[in-house]
Design a protein around this ligand. Structure first.
Ligand code: ATP
Ligand code: MG
Length: 429
């Protein structure tokens, strides 16, 4: 196929054989979030470019080199959203739903776009489930976010394969003092830093802590630590968070180098990481951003949130073989009908059954076909039972009921009794 008719590099189709696992994952998260009292919000996937520059920060990887930015027909600069927080903050401000200290516990799901180098677990269109809480400033809500994800890992069967890393970045004042100390130290070792870090030292020095370069990492061993610069309030907040995680029994590692890529974080930052996915090991990341709303022109409003990468979590479920058996079967019953009269009767019968069992996954054969070919399709569909309507069944107003997986003889069931019979043998999802 010519290149222009192929999907864009790093932007993937999610094929029908993959969607059951995606839907299982998304459904599990959605149910959990509902149960903890979070409400869904849906934002556009395109926003004014300025929004992301203002909120994410001009000197971040995302804004410097990863955004899909274009001019629309009016000459406005627009950007495909690289993350969800900026748009979510814009939306709550625009609609005034965080005014007067109103608490909002919100979540969203959808595609994000970043022009990165595509590789396993890293794509140019990827999908996140994200969550933001406004106007709750205590460590209790930071803890709730982490506890909720911990429960999610448990439900998905991947808890043993993820590790929680925690840090506190303090308030912007204490972070400012720390930044000064770090810049002073790193400047004294300027020649030993890699080129990228030398550049970051001028633009966004905390990001040097994030370096993958071994020489720079060696320099960082003796660098000043954020923990020594934390103000009392942030320290108490962080202790409060740790106490709550301890109370619930959630293990964590303190990682003083965890700074996160975006400018807007303060106090709590955390990442859930795994060693099962190679280099792309962070599956969920977040933190507190108490200054962001004000920075975007709103009244002071605290915020805390996280985002998880759906591709990476789906990959983990596959890698760890944590795929529930039921999700691969999408048909309960397959109805085969032979001849025109049987086909008409089958159609009506199927609708009667669906009236009574709205959750039954009943597939009616389409495209007619011989006994053999319809039976083959029934089997291939994964259905547990085939229903058979031929001349004999039509004459007696019954339907043949044949188990397709394992034991059991074919029986005849009266049309009127079919729904009741199916209700007893198919567990409805
Ligand atoms: P990374 O360090 O892996 O680039 P990040 O810090 O840029 O991640 P965030 O902006 O915090 O990531 O996004 C939250 C989550 O979204 C990440 O932890 C990851 O699971 C997922 N994610 C981020 N970028 C990508 C991408 N390009 N492809 C797939 N998933 C991604
Ligand atoms: Mg990134």
């Amino acid at each position: 196929m010519s290149k222009s008719l192929q999907a864009i590099r790093g932007m993937n189709d999610i094929l029908p054989e993959q969607t059951p696992l995606w839907r299982y994952f998304e459904g599990t998260v959605a149910r959990l979030l509902d149960n903890y009292g979070y409400k869904q919000i849906r934002m556009p996937i395109v926003e004014f470019t300025e929004l992301f520059k203002r909120s994410i920060g001009e000197v971040t990887d995302i804004v410097e080199k990863e955004m899909y930015t274009f001019e629309d027909r009016n000459g406005d600069s627009l950007t495909l959203r690289p993350e969800g927080t900026a748009a979510c903050v814009r939306a709550v401000l625009e609609h005034g739903i965080t005014g007067g200290g109103q608490v909002q516990k919100l979540w969203y799901i959808g595609p994000m776009f970043r022009h990165e180098r595509p590789q396993k677990g890293r794509y140019r269109q990827f999908h996140q489930i994200g969550l933001e809480v406004f106007n709750l400033d205590g460590p209790d809500i930071d803890a709730e976010l982490i506890i909720m994800t911990w429960r999610l890992w448990g439900e998905l069967g991947i808890r043993d394969a993820v590790k929680l890393e925690l840090n506190s970045l303090g308030t912007s004042e204490s972070r400012g003092r720390y930044r000064e100390a770090l810049v002073e130290y790193l400047s004294a070792h300027h020649d030993k830093l890699d080129e990228d870090s030398q550049r970051r030292l001028k633009t966004n020095p905390l990001r040097v802590l994030d370096t993958k370069n071994a020489d720079t990492q060696a320099v960082l061993v003796d660098a000043p630590k954020m923990a020594d610069y934390l103000d009392d309030e942030s320290r108490a907040h962080f202790e409060g968070l740790k106490a709550r995680l301890d109370a619930v029994g959630i293990p964590y590692v303190l990682n003083p180098k965890l700074v996160r890529g975006l400018d807007y974080y303060s106090k709590t930052v955390f990442e859930w990481v795994t060693d099962k996915l190679g280099a792309q090991g962070t599956v969920c990341a977040g933190g507190r951003y108490d200054g962001l709303v004000e920075q975007m022109g709103g009244k002071p409003t605290t915020g805390v949130g996280f985002a998880m990468g759906i591709e990476r979590l789906v990959l983990m479920l596959e890698t760890l073989e944590q795929i529930p058996e039921e999700i691969s079967r999408q048909v309960d019953v397959y109805l085969c009908a032979f001849g025109e009269q049987a086909e008409l009767a089958g159609l009506a019968l199927a609708e009667r059954v669906r009236d009574q069992l709205p959750n039954l996954r009943l597939q009616v054969n389409a495209g007619a076909g011989s006994f053999k070919s319809q039976f083959k399709k029934a089997d291939k569909s994964g259905a547990l039972y085939a229903l058979i309507l031929g001349d004999d069944e039509m004459a007696q107003q019954v339907v043949g009921f044949k188990p397709l997986r394992g034991q059991g003889e074919q029986q005849s069931i009266a049309w009127d009794a079919l729904a009741a019979h199916l209700a007893t043998c198919v567990v409805q999802g």
